[in-house]
Write a new protein. Structure first.
Length: 178
């Protein structure tokens, strides 16, 4: 069966679009909340700091843990586990917790997010991100996609799943809650 000119034309175009779509790379900061791995865009992060004493604020949303003095600047600390309703019963010590300070350009004020641990800064190819699985979730979840990474576990290669979230969308309502 011969292909028509139209069919021959369309096939290369589709292939090129697919290649371009997966050719981009993403850089993320990976962290742990409970038993799950998460990531946010590297360019949304200013720095990662060790846990420090948090001064609690009255009459704020439960996920707003309070404020810290970070080199002379008052920074609001958001407990991301509580904001995402992650309840796994796993206790994390303050020594292992980290605060990811967000870039001022994405937030209108100084904000840091409290996470259980920061594991790495990683680069992934676009074809490692599954965005279709987020379409079944609620729009309020702020999930951009699921990053799939191959890891070896007991001489077997398995997919590790990392939940890539849009921190700007997730924290977009913070100013109105304070």
């Amino acid at each position: 069966m011969e292909a028509t000119a139209d069919e021959t034309q369309q096939y290369p175009d589709t292939s090129q679009k697919s290649t371009k779509k997966h050719a981009h790379t993403i850089q993320v900061v990976e962290f742990v909340l409970g038993r799950e791995h998460f990531a946010i865009d590297l360019f949304d992060v200013k720095e990662v700091v060790e846990y420090t004493t948090i001064t609690r604020l009255p009459n704020v949303a439960p996920y707003i843990k309070g404020i810290i003095d970070l080199r002379g600047e008052i920074t609001t600390i958001i407990d991301l586990k509580e904001r995402l309703n992650i309840t796994d019963g796993k206790q994390v010590t303050a020594e292992s917790s980290r605060i990811i300070v967000l870039d001022d350009k994405i937030t209108r004020s100084k904000i840091g997010i409290l996470v259980d641990d920061v594991t790495s800064v990683s680069t992934f190819e676009g074809n490692q991100v599954d965005s279709t699985s987020t379409s079944v979730s609620n729009e309020d979840t702020a999930i951009i996609g699921i990053i799939k990474r191959k890891v070896k576990v007991k001489d077997k290669e398995v997919n590790e799943l990392i939940i890539w979230i849009d921190i700007k969308q997730l924290l977009g309502d913070i100013d109105s809650r304070m």
